[in-house]
Write a protein that binds this ligand. Structure first.
Ligand SMILES: [Zn+2]
Length: 59
């Protein structure tokens, strides 16, 4: 399952804390939202294989 949580792009200036939403605009201030930072461990990590092969060739 893919998460599509977005965060208010202007929350640092307009809110005390990040405002998360699923919509393209902040429900509080109407600013554009952006994708929230990806989780550290993503089972669908598209770079997982690249990272592994990079490590292998590094040896
Ligand atoms: Zn906002």
């Amino acid at each position: 399952m893919k998460s599509d949580i977005r965060v208010c792009g202007a929350w640092r200036a307009r809110h005390d804390r990040p405002v998360y939403t699923l919509s393209a605009t902040c429900p509080d201030c109407g600013a554009d939202t952006e994708n929230s930072a990806p989780a550290p461990f993503n089972p669908e990590d598209p770079y997982g294989e690249y990272r592994r092969s990079f490590k292998r060739s590094d040896r």
